[in-house]
Design a protein around this ligand. Structure first.
Ligand code: NCD
Length: 311
């Protein structure tokens, strides 16, 4: 396979396993590029990309911007708080205004699930979903799976547990789709109130006990409790959450085998993982940030080569 089966990256759900392999192989080449003294390639000199962030972001936004600049694309940035969205403009009007400035691709983070899917049907540009509410965060899942492949050689056959607030997490859903498409086994673990009711229908098992889940897995992906998406209480107190689902060094040392610990960031140190775990050799948190740039370069490059074909 030499091109993606899709024209947009709206969610992992819409990708074939071969698409993911192609993204990984392309990312391998870009990873080599970003470790050179001159970290730039001229591939996308004729492409303009708009980054539209209607929701807060630090690393995803920087990572996309860096990826675009390392491909030599022209980049415009937009954030909702400083825009006319606050004046009541609709999403399509906002985006069409930006597109009339000859933008070829839109990278969008939006609080509403499905915002990217909606946009892809109404505007003439390649859309990359950088997180849509509690729905999907495809590039995060791609870089998580890419980092597992790098650390453990392959994703197929590996056992991955996703721990924490599964209910409100777009990282969880995208990870489940990506890991399964690549042949990994997936369990979720967290308070019963933070596990979606029919999650088993996706082919994942639920394990409420953290120690059992950790003893089973090769990789634990520790998610943040998404307080900003909660208008009621889902567990009695943070202290209780930490007691039941927080990962600390003592727990890691007592496990039957060594496991890899991941976290998408931002970390609430002392809640989902303690600092001694986050900063230990078990954790691949900062390696993932570098991989994030390479994986996003691959996604943008592959989508842009499809745009060029259709012109
Ligand atoms: C995640 C997100 O925004 O969904 N973070 C990220 O993209 N780096 C996870 C989170 O906010 O907990």
């Amino acid at each position: 396979m030499s091109e993606l089966s899709v024209n947009h990256l709206l969610g992992i759900k819409y990708l074939q396993p071969e698409d993911i392999q192609l993204i990984f192989e392309t990312a391998d080449q870009f990873k080599e590029v970003i470790n050179r003294p001159i970290k730039k390639v001229p591939s996308l000199r004729d492409i303009t990309i708009a980054n539209l962030f209607f929701e807060n972001s630090t690393r995803t936004r920087l990572s996309f911007e860096l990826a675009e600049k390392r491909l030599s694309a022209d980049v415009v940035n937009f954030s909702a708080s400083s825009s006319s969205v606050a004046k009541g403009e609709t999403l399509i009007d906002t985006v069409n205004n930006i597109l009339s400035m000859k933008v070829d691709m839109v990278v969008m983070r939006h609080p509403n699930p499905g915002a990217g899917i909606f946009l892809s049907k109404h505007v003439n540009a390649a859309i990359v979903n950088a997180g849509d509410g509690a729905h999907e965060h495809p590039t995060q899942a791609l870089l998580d799976a890419y980092s597992i492949r790098e650390k453990l050689g392959d994703v197929a056959g590996k056992k991955v547990v996703i721990v924490g607030d599964i209910l409100h997490s777009r990282v969880a859903l995208s990870n489940i789709f990506a890991l399964q498409k690549l042949g990994a086994q997936v369990k979720v673990c967290g308070p019963a109130t933070l596990i979606p009711k029919h999650i088993q229908d996706l082919g994942v098992e639920v394990e409420l006990n953290l120690i059992n889940a950790l003893n089973w897995c090769d990789v634990a992906n520790m998610l943040r409790v998404q307080n900003e998406r909660m208008d009621i209480k889902f567990f009695p107190s943070t202290r209780e959450y930490v007691q039941q689902y927080g990962l600390n060094k003592k727990i890691l040392d007592r496990l039957e085998k060594e496991i890899v610990v991941m976290h998408p960031g931002p970390i609430n140190r002392g809640v989902e993982i303690t600092s001694d775990v986050a900063d230990s050799n078990h954790a691949i948190i900062l390696d993932k940030v570098e991989n994030g740039v390479a994986v996003r370069m691959a996604v943008i490059y592959l989508l842009a080569s499809k745009i060029k074909q259709y012109d």
